[in-house]
Design a protein around this ligand. Sequence first.
Ligand SMILES: Cc1cc2nc3c(=O)[nH]c(=O)nc-3n(C[C@H](O)[C@H](O)[C@H](O)COP(=O)(O)OP(=O)(O)OC[C@H]3O[C@@H](n4cnc5c(N)ncnc54)[C@H](O)[C@@H]3O)c2cc1C
Length: 454
Amino acid sequence: MRDLIDELTAVAGADNVLTSPDVTAGYTADWTRRFQGVARCVVRPRDTGQVAAVIGVCANRGVPVVPQGGNTGLVGGGVPAGDAANAQGVVISLRRLRRLDPVDTLASQVTAGAGVTIAALREHAANAGLEYGVDLASRDSATVGGTIATNAGGILTVRYGHTRAQLLGVEAVLADGSVISRLGGIHSDNSGYELTQLLAGSEGTLGIVTAARLRLHRAEPVSLTVLAGVPDIGAASALLAEVRSLVPAVRAAEYFEAAGLTLVRRHTGLPAPLAADYPAFLLADITGSGDYHERLASLPFLTDASVAVDSQARAALWAYRERHTESISAAGIPHKLDLAFPPARIAAFRADLDEVVTDAGAQAIVFGHIGAGNLHVNVLGPDPDDDAVDEAVFALAAAHGGTISAEHGIGRAKAGALHLSRTPAEIAAMRAIKSGLDPAGLLNPGVLLAPVSS
Ligand SMILES: Cc1cc2nc3c(=O)[nH]c(=O)nc-3n(C[C@H](O)[C@H](O)[C@H](O)COP(=O)(O)OP(=O)(O)OC[C@H]3O[C@@H](n4cnc5c(N)ncnc54)[C@H](O)[C@@H]3O)c2cc1C
């Protein structure tokens, strides 16, 4: 009888079934280095038919499958668990599914394969005078499939919403190897359950996304980028509200603090962004024309702000925010906690956070998409396997009415804490959906929904 590797080789080709640990290492450890495991092999199918065949082989044999895109996820959802003694699963890398159809300019839509990177998709749309509504610092590696599976947010969420708001339909392979396809681009379709939206944010647990039909937006140039120093997050939120009331539209609104700026400057060698030192910063992209410049300049905190109008100067300001993630990782292996709050509760959470983190002998580096009520709390200090500080911060977030995942998803990292953001009835409904679509539990086991203890 043929073994698993032979069968996968027969459907995907020998070059696309990787077994050497040297080669598979890049697929079995995550971007943060906090999560890593072992796979029996890594398969790299070329098209939807091969994905279906690979899943069919795994389903017949009862082999678990971990879907992976650009492997930029931050919650351990795209890498296998376990060690060499109990390697069970197969990593299926979707990066080679790089179909990118011509832009339909009449409908402002495009069909893209799961492996197309967000940078390539955005460039493709821009060449047609349109814009894809998701952008994030991992754009050169993060894929269409991965961003759908995590329902990624990013810097444009405040303007266009999360990935699910861009989705008109998906093509996906289900756990039994069957293919569903909703790539017709119909805006109004009430013919039954919305399977596309069900797959958005499902983190590879309900199906493998192979392609998507995506909504595009009219290209919208940024007219102004502002970086302002502020005393704290409450002042940043208040300043953002004032800016919003004065300008046509805010496209992006980001927050960071002095501790993160210090790490960024140490890692990148960038100069100080403003003449004076500040505890916290608001970075905002403003779009649209009008005579708002003078009114903006009179706002408190904007008197010593940096204002950029051309793309090079804007990129220089954005580097202070976008280089946070790599600069924090250069300082250690962070616990990346991605929270969101109702706008009125975010300052109170921030005020209580430092005590919880310093009690654990750790340091918190805080930044995030403040326009969407989102805070990334990066904890440096504890061992990668020590979850105590994660649990304490999640409990604090829940006490302040927050969610334990704004945009990165639950992954393996937070599966045990899902009850802090979802009720028992909601979790039971999720488990019912999971067992309906994947009765053998082969798609990304242990991700999003923790194993049920017997
Ligand atoms: C520097 C940096 C900045 C980031 N900024 C942001 C940000 O602003 N906003 C944000 O939301 N995230 C951000 N992230 C996190 C990450 O980029 C996103 O979660 C992204 O959506 C992951 O895409 P990926 O292709 O790398 O997916 P992966 O990391 O490969 O996988 C992520 C999850 O999706 C599943 N998956 C992947 N592909 C498929 C598929 N085709 N079908 C089904 N399931 C699949 C995996 O199993 C896993 O559970 C950032 C990460 C980095 C490193």
